[in-house]
Design a protein around this ligand. Structure first.
Ligand code: DX5
Ligand code: ZN
Length: 218
């Protein structure tokens, strides 16, 4: 299983946004990860649709939007039209996650379902067959630069085993505290998409940092 590296822009230098996106793509990042926070679902506000349009203009590859907002159903169309290739939302944020998945698909985009560290995989099992991406948060969402929570690895394995048991090829994504050390643990647990922000953007040699997140034995 090839590992996908997704660069979280939350930790980039916004005074050089276009260049930072190019730097990440040239360093070998497969996807650009765009974190939307509303100050309600998580205790922080980040950025939204107008910036996503600019990111879409600058990025050559896949744009992976992570919605950390309450009632994401209100904004799916906005974030689809602004240029997301995939939209991942939190199961804890909506009363009807299946309708949100269907809405994302009806707009021609890939859909992902995310869980916070305390939400069990059981809560999303019925949705997994309907999505392309399962995001297991490895920190409490809201901020870049936090430490990876090892107890979340069990859920990565549960999600991967469930997906294999029913023969799907859904991505299992991890987000939060991913660096060269924790990437090894996340990959061994079954993750194939690694989101990384502060580790990648603080690297002097980003290509080297991207390389260090991949499984280099194959
Ligand atoms: C956290 C965000 C992450 C964040 C990751 O709520 O969803 O995408 O940017 O940052 P690092 O890699 O620094 O933990
Ligand atoms: Zn994220």
């Amino acid at each position: 299983m090839a590992t996908v590296i997704s660069a979280s822009l939350l930790s980039c230098d916004f005074s050089e946004l276009g260049r930072e996106i190019n730097r990440a793509e040239q360093a070998g990042c497969d996807w650009i990860h765009f974190d939307v926070m509303d100050g309600v679902f998580v205790p922080n506000i980040s950025f939204g649709e107008p910036l996503l349009k600019y990111v879409r203009k600058c990025a050559k590859g896949f744009v992976d939007t992570h919605l950390m907002i309450t009632r994401p159903e209100r904004y799916i169309e906005h974030y689809a039209k602004a240029g997301s290739d995939m939209i991942t939302f939190h199961v804890e944020a909506t009363d009807n996650p299946r309708a949100v998945v269907d809405k994302i698909h009806s707009l021609g985009k890939k859909a992902g379902i995310a869980v916070k560290p305390d939400t069990p995989v059981d809560d999303i099992e019925s949705l997994i067959p309907a999505v392309e991406n399962v995001l297991i948060m490895t920190v409490y969402p809201g901020f870049g630069g936090q430490s990876f929570i090892p107890a979340t690895l069990k859920k990565v394995t549960e999600a991967r085993e469930f997906i294999e048991r029913i023969g799907l090829n859904t991505h299992v994504q991890v987000d939060g505290g991913i660096n060269d050390q924790t990437a090894v643990l996340a990959r061994a647990a079954g993750a194939d998409v690694l989101v990384s922000g502060s580790y990648l953007f603080s690297a002097q040699n980003m290509a080297g940092a991207v390389y260090s997140l991949r499984d280099n034995d194959i």
